[in-house]
Design a protein around this ligand. Structure first.
Ligand code: UDP
Ligand code: MG
Length: 320
């Protein structure tokens, strides 16, 4: 018997793309089932992340028409990462492998075949890596590539140009379920699970319809989340900065004493004011970074649930 595949698709206000996404995914699953690469109990699992439009209605309709579509309805909007986690944790109990994918068809559906092949060849995690960003706007490309570089520099190791399009085996998902953090950044955590991994290249397309649900503000918050939840390097850099500034002040002190001895001192307040502002700014920045970590500790100690599920749609019969 072939293995069961769950394709997990988080959806937030995606009524415009769902009909096409569901059609293409269903076709893909059908052809894989026909080729006996996956079991006929495989599913496309849509996770409704508190959408304000008709997304959940559409998912219910799809599920009613065909058992190949399953659905999870979260109680409210919890963000992409939590929606994805909810889907993966649900799928874990039912599948042998799960693929996570965006709803907007930017991730090439045809890469699914190659991911399944890699899985059959013995990989537990298969990363979808985009081969180029030609289709992204200059701004998106620039910010996104900068994001990976800064992340790596600050110690949050991620797979370059890999977003959340990936396959994970059941045991990799079980590994993931043991990472209990509330501050969730899947891209950084999945490589920590270990096991054998592979990559599959794909061309990332444009959003099929609708608008990006990741405006700049959310992207910056996401980057901040990623860095501070994976690495303490920023705090280390602050210590280094403090040390450097202290060194500079010592050097300044020595020069001033020498100048004073040589009667070369100049009266000036501009330089004093500048340094006061510079130091003040740096202190505030450093406090901010430290505060960010303390805020994280605060949230983690509360141990709040990462998502709550309102409704589950999942039938046991084979899809059509
Ligand atoms: N998404 C979500 N919850 C959110 C925001 C986004 O579930 O709060 C989903 C969205 O429906 C999509 C995926 O996350 O399936 C990626 O979002 P989007 O395509 O808007 O991001 P972009 O490709 O622009 O980075
Ligand atoms: Mg997108």
């Amino acid at each position: 018997m072939a293995d069961v595949l769950y394709v997990v698709v988080p959806c937030y206000n995606e009524e415009e793309v769902l009909p096409e996404t569901s059609r293409r995914l269903k076709e893909k699953l059908r052809s894989l089932i026909a080729a006996e690469k996956i079991s006929s109990r495989s599913r496309i699992l849509f996770v409704n992340d508190g959408s304000k439009d008709r997304t959940w209605e559409l998912i219910c309709k799809l599920h009613k028409e065909d058992a190949v579509f399953s659905g999870l309805d979260l109680t409210r909007n919890r963000g992409h990462q939590n929606a994805l986690l909810a889907g993966l944790m649900f799928a874990k109990e039912k599948c042998d492998m799960a693929i996570s994918m965006d709803a907007d068809l930017q991730d090439d559906v045809d890469a699914v075949d190659r991911m399944v092949e890699e899985y059959c060849a013995g990989c537990d995690i298969v990363y979808g890596v985009r081969s180029s960003r030609k289709k992204d706007s200059f701004f998106k490309r620039f910010t996104a590539e900068g994001f990976y570089r800064v992340m790596n520099f600050l110690g949050a190791e991620t797979v370059f140009n890999h977003a959340d399009y990936r396959l994970m085996s059941k045991r990799a998902l079980e590994g993931l379920s043991q990472f209990q953090e509330v501050n969730l950044f899947l891209r950084g955590i999945v490589p920590m699970i270990g096991y054998r991994s592979g990559t599959v290249e794909y061309e990332r397309g444009e959003r099929f319809a609708g608008e990006s649900k990741y405006p700049l503000k959310k992207m910056l918050a996401f980057a901040m989340e990623g860095i501070t939840s994976l690495s303490v390097k920023p705090i280390r850099y602050i210590t280094l900065l403090g040390f450097l500034i202290f060194l500079v002040s010592i050097i300044m002190l020595i020069t001033f004493v020498v100048e004073w001895a040589l009667h070369m001192t100049v009266v000036g307040w501009a330089s004093v004011i500048c340094s006061v502002w510079a130091i003040g700014g740096l202190i505030l920045l450093s406090l901010g970074v430290i505060g960010e970590y303390i805020g994280k500790i605060y949230l983690e100690t509360k141990d709040r649930p990462r998502f709550l599920i309102r409704e589950v749609l999942d039938r046991d019969e084979a899809g059509t």
